[in-house]
Structure formats: C-alpha cells, structure tokens
Design a protein around this ligand. Sequence first.
Ligand code: AHM
Ligand code: MG
Length: 339
Amino acid sequence: MPIGTTITEFIIQEQRRMKNVTGNFTALINDVVIACKSISSAVRYGSLVGVLGTADTENIQGETQKKLDVISNNLFIRRTEWGGQVAGLASEEMNNVYQLPLQYPRGKYLLVFDPLDGSSNSDVNGAVGTIFSILRRPDDSSGEPTEEDFLQPGTRQVCGGYALYGPSTMMVLTTGHGVNGFTLDQRIGEFILTNPDMRIPEDSHDFSINASYMRFWDPPVRRYIDECLAGREGPRRKDFNMRWAGAMIADIHRVLCQGGVFMYPIDRKLRAKNQEGKLRLLYEANPMSFIVEQAGGLSTTGTQRIMELEPTGLHQRCSVIMGSKSEVERIISYHLEAQ
Ligand code: AHM
Ligand code: MG
C-alpha cells in the first residue's frame, strides 16, 4: 500500500484480502490504536500534567510501578474492553487475567500487553513504548477466559505490534504478512504509513546489550561481545558500535531500521534469582520476535526459537537475543559449540 495510507485504511484493505473476515479484528486494532494515542498523549505532557514519578504500588514481578505504568494500563483496558472483540486481557501490570465487566460482550480474541515498556526512561524524558500481542481464544475454552487460555506459543499470534513514544510516535505491526510502520501525524491525529514492508538490514555494526552485567554472562554471549569489541583487530575484522536505550522497543526499533542485535540474555545473576531471563515471554519477547522474524531477522533464547517456547505462566520470562539473521545465527552457533 502506498506511503500516506492511514492505519485504518491499511488494516481494512489487508483484511479484505482474507476470507471469512467479520471486521472484529479491524475493530480491535482500531481500539488498540486509540489506546496507544491516549498513552502517547499522557507520556508527551509528562510533568505538565503531573504523571511522572513513582506510584506507591508494586506489580507481580515485585517492581515498583511508575505512575505512568498504572495510567497506561488503565487507558489500555478502558479503550479495548468494551467493543466485544476480546474475551479477556492480561498485562505486565496485573497479577491475573483481567475479566471484562459484565455489561460488555465477550469476543474471540485475547489481548496481552506491556502498557509502558522501559518506564524507568519516563522520568528522564527517554523513549518508552507499548507492546501488544493478539491471540485467538482456544476453541475449547468457554465461560470467562483463564490463564491457561493465554498460554499459547508465539507461533499462534494473530498480530504483534508496538507503539514507540520517541521524538515522533510510531506504530509497528505484523499480522504475519511482513512488517509495516506508521507515524502519528499529530496535526490530524492519525497514524500514517511511513515505513512499508520493513526489512532488517543484514549488514550491520551495532550491538545492544546492558554491558554492566558482563561479569555474569554465559561464555557464548561473552565470546560474541568480546569479538565485537576487538573490532578490526579481532576475528570479525570490522569495528562495531554499542547502543543501549534501556527500553527494548527503542533498541529493537533501531535494529529494525539499521540492523544489528538486541540481547537481554539469561545470566548467572538471573539464575541465582531463579529467573529464566528478565524480559517476559507473552507480552514482550513473543510480539517483538514475531515482528523481527517477519522483517527477515531471527529471535532466539540462544538455544531455542522464542516463538516455539511453550508458556507455563502469564508472567514467564525468557532469554532474548534477536536481530539481523547472520548475527543471530552466529550467536546460536556459539551456544551450540559451548554445549
Ligand atoms: P519494563 O517492562 O519493566 O520496563 O522492563 C523491561 C525493560 C526493557 O525495555 C529493557 O530492555 C530492560 O528492561 C532494561 O533492563 P536493565 O535496567 O536491566 O538494563
Ligand atoms: Mg516491559
């Protein structure tokens, strides 16, 4: 579709090409778009409307919530619960599956989201974002949806997407037919197609990892980064750049645009806390993996394709390594050699 198409037209046109569509998915995406515009507005006004700083609450992961985490979560629920497209919602900021108020009809989709990823950036006016994943409610599930219904591997996602609240607000989406990026035109309040058919460049020089954890890394990750750091004088025979925004959306968005790898791998420190990673599988790793794979990249824990992991809990974590195909293949081969 041509540059300049609105996101609504884009989704409707894309849906028209499929069989048996009812318009439910289009309506749901519309609500997600409005949710992200509302969060974008809250983020943009920041201190002017008193939304920065810490709330007096913790989420299930024991992390202190920011006021904007709570506001974004509420906005996302409010905008998506009413329309009759979803049967239930789940998010980083809620311990259990959110059951819809009784007055709203139940639909065939399940929506999982991280309302404000990288929220620690919000107090320093850094980039943050919203990540979401849409699943189909399993056919054999009835009554109110349970946690079990949400525990589907990433390969079953109907849609994965994120909104990035940076200097401009962008929305990047996949429904399994490539990846498209839209930029919010603040003058008319619409997302406009600006980055059609996004492909991750193969030739890249960037890596993105929190290097302060270097002493805890597993040998394959250590080896890959050591070789990057050795630059022209090392086995890779070229110089690399390190970039770390502290919000996975911002870091992976850069990888989508310029290539490279983003990593938040399992390490000794996380294992000591009995964690399988830092990032959450259902609403962080899976939707971002869907986008990266659809853009021609790869996404792995180091030893397994992330989208094939069988989830065992709503807030399950996993090791994350994703980006340009050849770089991720190299990191996987280092893991295989180490085994
Ligand atoms: P959040 O969802 O609570 O914001 O946590 C996820 C974020 C990622 O966006 C980012 O890549 C990572 O946490 C940063 O973690 P660290 O502070 O350990 O580098
Ligand atoms: Mg997050």
